[in-house]
Design a protein around this ligand. Structure first.
Ligand code: NAD
Length: 469
């Protein structure tokens, strides 16, 4: 097979007559996407429906081998994939960004290939013999966001394929080329029809959530869209996994060494320039260490270069789109007008070509300020001072969402006791946002329901069947 280059990859997914996709760092055209119609979507679902029984009928060993081959294919095309991702999404090649994301795609494919979901006997007492088996759901629809487009698509696709489902993916309208390119690479090894990508707008997502031939929807995106999907999927009783928005709290206890935790706090909040579902979005710091933590964070943040993703020195990039830039700018302005103290940033360059918002740290801010209460999804972190543990726990739990949270302490038992009181799907200790392919991940409250990754993730893309007798 000829070696994949950036040009060959882009050439395979771009369409001369399609909609322009602009580089968020420069405003230049990256490529053009052909947005598909609802009829095209229906055709992709029909092809998936036709291909699925043959895929499910293959042996487990064959599906494992094909997922491993898919991981090899991603690794062989890693550099062009990362370049396209960087140009379209804006994230830098370096840092926990584009190369990291492509690496995670391969890692998740491999880990999913290696994970078994065993069925087995549940009762065998001489009178009853009952076995529980996990069958494929059928056709899985995957709808994704624009922040980690390749990685989240892999999270949806790999377990679905592993369990014998066919998958139809609808990427975000902001980052379709990245997902089309990933699928292009995966489809060099997968059999025809089991994985297809249909680029387009919300009309396609709406059709997927009512489609009679889609059995399960994996959705990652905003809470509002998740709620719309719940409503419109009711008639078909579609299975749903909903990974929705978050507003993760981080709680810093008074026993920390501020300098030792500052870099972990920084990346917890600013990974992917803050455009991460389970990023640290509200930082609560005990009054005893408040000033020291703020100073240490400013020092770390100042040293992190932001700029065009293709420039090797950068580790922070632009906001992916203007709408998200406007959200961040509005929230920081509201914080400033309320009298909060801008420690760093908050002063975007109006002449910049791209959607760059500088790394921003905001101190002396009240818990009810919009920058704290709403999901900013960008490079602006509010730092709230607290005195009493009960108060900070009620502030952390006082939002409608519950994706992640973190506790920072030099005493693990103390931190674990605090963690147990937090309403979040994951609570990290002395870290934030670190995901692992074998560790279940999902939200509580309005951050959604259903788990991804590991054995729980395989269960989510299968249907249980009991054989009794
Ligand atoms: P979004 O909800 O606007 O869009 C997500 C996808 O849904 C897009 O593909 C869009 O076309 C589609 N869509 C829009 N309307 C639809 C409808 N009515 N029916 C079906 N599909 C529809 O989200 P976004 O702005 O792309 O992503 C940012 C949000 O995603 C943030 O809130 C973030 O926290 C969340 N997110 C969550 C996770 C997680 O794992 N929990 C991960 C990443 C992002």
């Amino acid at each position: 097979m000829a070696q994949t280059t950036y040009e060959s990859l882009l050439g395979a997914v771009t369409n001369a007559a399609g909609r322009e996709i602009l580089d968020p760092a420069t405003g230049e055209i990256v490529g053009r996407v052909a947005d598909r119609s609802v009829a095209d979507l229906d055709e992709a679902v029909r092809r998936a429906r036709d291909a699925q029984p043959g895929w499910a009928g293959r042996s487990d060993a064959e599906r494992i081998q094909l997922l491993l081959a898919a991981a090899d294919a991603v690794e062989a095309a890693a550099e062009p994939l990362a370049e396209l991702l960087s140009r379209e999404q804006g994230k830098p090649l370096n840092g926990p960004n584009a190369r990291f994301e492509v690496g995670a795609c391969a890692a998740w494919l491999r880990a999913t290939a290696a994970t078994e979901l065993p069925g087995g006997t549940v009762v065998d007492d001489g009178e009853v013999h009952a076995e529980l088996h996990y069958r494929p759901v059928g056709v899985v629809g995957a709808i994704g966001p624009w922040n980690w487009p390749m990685m989240i698509t892999t999270w949806q696709v790999a377990p679905s394929l592993r369990m014998g489902n066919a998958v139809v993916v609808k990427p975000s309208e902001h980052t379709p080329l990245s997902v089309l390119a990933l699928a292009e690479v995966l489809n060099t090894v997968l059999p025809a029809g089991v994985l297809s990508v249909v680029a387009g707008g919300r009309d396609l997502g709406e059709r997927m959530s009512t489609h009679p031939d889609i059995d399960k929807l994996m959705f990652t995106g905003s809470t509002a869209t998740g709620q719309a999907i719940i409503r419109s999927s009711a008639d078909t009783v579609k299975r749903l996994t909903l990974e929705l928005g978050g507003n993760d709290a981080g709680i810093v206890l008074p026993d920390v060494d501020p300098r030792a935790i500052a870099e972990g706090l920084f990346w917890g909040a600013f990974i992917n320039t803050g455009q991460t579902c389970a990023a640290l979005k509200r930082l609560y710091v005990h009054a005893d260490v408040y000033d020291e933590v703020c100073d240490a964070l400013v020092d770390v943040a100042r040293a992190m270069p932001m700029g065009r993703g293709l420039d090797e020195e950068n580790v922070l990039g632009p906001l992916q789109n203007k709408a998200q830039y406007d959200v961040v700018a509005r929230l920081v302005d509201a914080a400033r007008h309320s009298g909060a103290k801008i420690l760093l940033g908050g002063d975007p360059d109006p002449s910049a070509a791209g959607h760059f918002y500088p790394t921003t740290l905001v101190a002396d801010i009240d818990n009810d300020n919009p920058l704290v209460a709403e999901e900013q999804f960008g490079p602006a972190l509010p730092i709230v001072r607290y005195q009493a543990l009960d108060d900070v726990i009620s502030m952390a739990n006082g939002v409608e969402v519950g994706l992640g949270a973190s506790v920072w302490s030099s005493d693990r038992d103390t931190a674990r006791a605090v963690a147990a009181r937090l309403q979040a799907g994951t609570v990290w200790i002395n870290a934030h946002g670190a995901v692992h392919p074998m560790v279940p991940f999902g939200g509580v409250k309005k951050s959604g329901y259903g788990l991804e990754f590991g054995i729980e993730g395989l269960k989510a893309v299968s249907v249980p069947q009991v054989i009794n007798g």
